[in-house]
Ligand binder design. Structure first.
Ligand code: WTA
Length: 677
């Protein structure tokens, strides 16, 4: 190393130090209460909302509040009525009736017309370190979206048609969502790590006509063949055409002449202009399949105007997005978080965001922090499971990078424990940035509980209060509202927020049974919660059979269904086991048709089978071959007891009413139960 380069390195190190110590303090510590934080004066000045009275004002006139927010968007025709709800069927509610709106227009044209066409809409960071990041401006994105929209029209796609999207985190993903929105088509995204079988189920149920996919993508340095899965997903479905993005030249794909079209070829000669299809506010913008308590994922239906209104205002207020922000939501667009905060939210605000293709630990555990440093990320939105993974990897990784650009940290997906919260706050945020813990669901479409960055307080493990104009209550099993301080079922009271789901695709009965049956007149979240200090809500987790595995939503029933399809398995029961990094992992009790076939090879085979049916996210962490599982007299599996066994709970509860209480003793041996907690 020459003297010059040593000096240059020293100067660089010094710069890092200086800028780190220059980071603005966006929070202050409560003088009396430990680990309670409030927005600093700087934050209050910068925040869109800093007056706590806005909560009360919005609550006094909820419809009025939402109408005011919706008015910040572009409507081709204003609504005739703000809100309507069937008094006998609370699930039949509508927002902004008669209003005509287009989501793509609001995410693109609105900003371009305001002179922001040259502003960067997103920076795409590819996984391979030798590939350069790509900046896409609002005007460029608009052109791309329109070309694709025109190409889709030529393939016969019309308003209301369903379009499957099975893409990795590449720029074409964002363009595809918006191209559907542009022409009023309904997108149905399937997470790229899901299997071909999952794609097929979802395309069949949705009766999709077109699939947009890619030939592959990079994961931990390796190109993966996505087209192979897509081919499985298309076969035997009503899909007529497949548009394929060429992400890499390293993969040779199977080509179905006449059906498959290269993305770059099909858009090449299309016009960069396309008329927006202004749809009625309550028309469908998209559907997204998610796990419920039963075996089959359900197609959650979202409308256009209501969804966009809530996506817009929660992105703007909760992340306090301004023109100088670089917002990074690390979620994949395969999940609702990626839809709302990786696409519609920040784009409807006109913000600049970052889209990252890769895994968090490639090429090393410092990759994310390097991205934060290099792109001067100001708002980072991620999940507790990732935070726990980084805690384990060690503080040396984030310490290598200058993250003084950060202003706000967000968390989503599961309850965040105190250790993860404080580590995120101190090590990533340098004790300067609020952690905004956002509670919501695929069903709610956007944040429904959190604290506002300019209002606070920020308290570890506590999500916050109902967002402006959203009213939550806690209920007891019997249906009465819980007394203050008593834990209960978390439910939303009417008017239901505009971003809320409008149904389960083609299954109204399931919609009613799942969300509207336990308590009268309110939306049942299936989460438990309690009120804490300052009237804030602490969400404790699901009260049904939905697991959160590394932040991914998965039902025990779905996994059981997949496993039961293996020819050697007669029956199975899946329960979650707490896991230090992933939050929960699935544990399988499998009953074989022929017990003598039990072997380690069969375990591997079952894991492979799960990969094929659902995808690697659902991989069981452990498979026990057993002869029996506890059942009720009516033959239903008592998962409560299996859960207790797996968690080593001291009290397994009453087993005397079981059909087969004797099997519990045997299971204790199998899982090594001691009852020690
Ligand atoms: C859980 C993710 C506690 C909750 C946006 C919910 C949370 C389910 C939080 C929805 C949070 C999400 N605190 N729990 N901040 N955020 N959850 O549909 O159990 O993938 O019902 O949507 O995640 O998961 P989904």
């Amino acid at each position: 190393m020459s003297a010059v380069s040593i000096i240059a390195t020293l100067i660089k190190l010094l710069e890092v130090r200086v800028s780190m110590s220059n980071g603005v303090k966006w929070v202050t510590e409560d003088p009396e209460k430990k680990n309670v934080f409030w927005p600093s004066e700087e934050m209050k000045k910068k925040a869109w909302v800093s007056d706590p009275n806005v909560y009360e004002e919005a609550m006094k006139d909820q419809e009025g509040y939402w109408a005011k927010v919706a008015g910040e968007l572009h409507w081709d025709k204003k609504w005739d009525k703000v809100y309507e709800q069937n008094p006998d069927k609370p699930w039949e509610f509508k927002w902004f009736l008669g209003g005509k709106i287009n989501a793509a227009y609001n995410c693109l044209d609105r900003h371009i017309e305001a002179g922001k066409g040259d502003k960067v809409a997103f920076v795409w960071v590819p996984e391979p370190v030798d590939e350069k990041p790509v900046e896409v401006t609002y005007a460029e994105l608009n052109k791309e979206v329109n070309k694709l929209a025109n190409a889709m029209k030529k393939l016969g796609i019309k308003k209301g048609d369903r379009v499957g999207i099975y893409l990795p985190m590449i720029p074409e993903m964002v363009a595809s969502l918006l191209a559907c929105a542009r022409i009023g088509a309904v997108h149905n995204v399937v997470f790229s790590a899901f299997s071909g079988e999952s794609v097929k189920d979802r395309m069949e149920d949705a009766e999709a006509k077109l699939l947009i996919t890619a030939n592959g993508y990079f994961r931990r340095g390796k190109p993966l063949d996505l087209k192979k899965n897509a081919d499985v997903g298309v076969e035997g479905t009503p899909i007529e055409n497949v548009i394929v993005v060429e992400r890499t030249k390293e993969i040779e794909v199977n080509w179905n002449e006449g059906k498959d079209h290269w993305y770059h070829e099909i858009i090449e000669n299309e016009s960069g202009e396309c008329e927006s299809e202004f749809v009625e506010s309550n028309d469908m913008l998209f559907m997204l399949y998610t796990s419920g308590t039963t075996g089959k994922p359900k197609g959650i239906v979202h409308d256009t105007g209501g969804y966009l209104t809530q996506a817009y205002i929660t992105a703007k207020n909760n992340f306090n997005l301004h023109d100088d922000d670089m917002f990074w939501c690390t979620a994949d667009v395969g999940w609702i978080t990626g839809h709302t905060y990786g696409c519609y939210g920040p784009l409807s605000v006109g913000a600049t965001q970052l889209v990252f293709e890769g895994a968090p630990n490639y090429p090393d555990m410092g990759r994310w922090w390097q991205v934060v440093q290099d792109h001067k990320v100001t708002v980072l939105y991620t999940a507790p499971t990732a935070i726990r993974m980084f805690i384990k990897a060690g503080d040396e990784w984030p310490k290598k990078y200058d993250m003084s650009s950060l202003r706000i940290l967000g968390s989503v997906g599961e309850p965040i424990d105190e250790e993860a919260w404080l580590w995120y706050f101190r090590t990533i945020g340098g004790s300067r940035c609020p952690v905004i813990d956002t509670y919501w669901q695929t069903e709610t479409g956007a944040h429904v509980i959190n604290t506002l960055p300019g209002v606070g307080p920020f308290v570890p493990t506590v999500a916050g209060r109902g967002f402006l104009g959203i009213n939550f209550s806690l209920y007891e099993e019997a249906g009465n509202e819980a007394e203050p301080g008593v834990p209960g079922f978390l439910a939303m009271k009417p008017p239901f927020s505009p971003g809320m789901l409008r149904g389960i695709y083609k299954n109204e009965q399931k919609f009613i049974d799942t969300y509207w049956s336990r308590f009268k007149g309110v939306y049942d979240t299936s989460d438990g919660a309690r009120f804490t200090d300052y009237d804030l809500i602490r969400v404790t987790g699901r009260v049904d059979d939905v697991m959160k595995v590394a932040g991914h939503r998965l039902s025990t029933g779905e996994l059981e269904n997949a496993i039961n399809e293996h020819e050697l398995v007669r029956e199975s029961a899946v329960v979650p086991r707490p896991d230090k990094i992933k939050g929960e992992v699935p544990i399988v009790f499998a009953l074989l048709r022929d017990a003598s076939k039990a072997s380690d090879d069969l375990k591997t085979e079952i894991v492979k089978h799960v990969d094929k049916m659902i995808g690697p996210t659902a991989r069981p962490a452990e498979i026990y071959f057993v002869e029996d599982v506890p059942k009720t007299r009516s033959g239903k599996i008592m998962r409560r007891i299996l859960r207790g066994l797996i968690k080593n709970e001291p009290n397994l509860g009453n087993t005397t009413t079981l059909l087969n209480p004797e099997c519990v003793e045997h299971l204790k041996e199998v899982v090594g139960y001691t009852g020690g907690g």
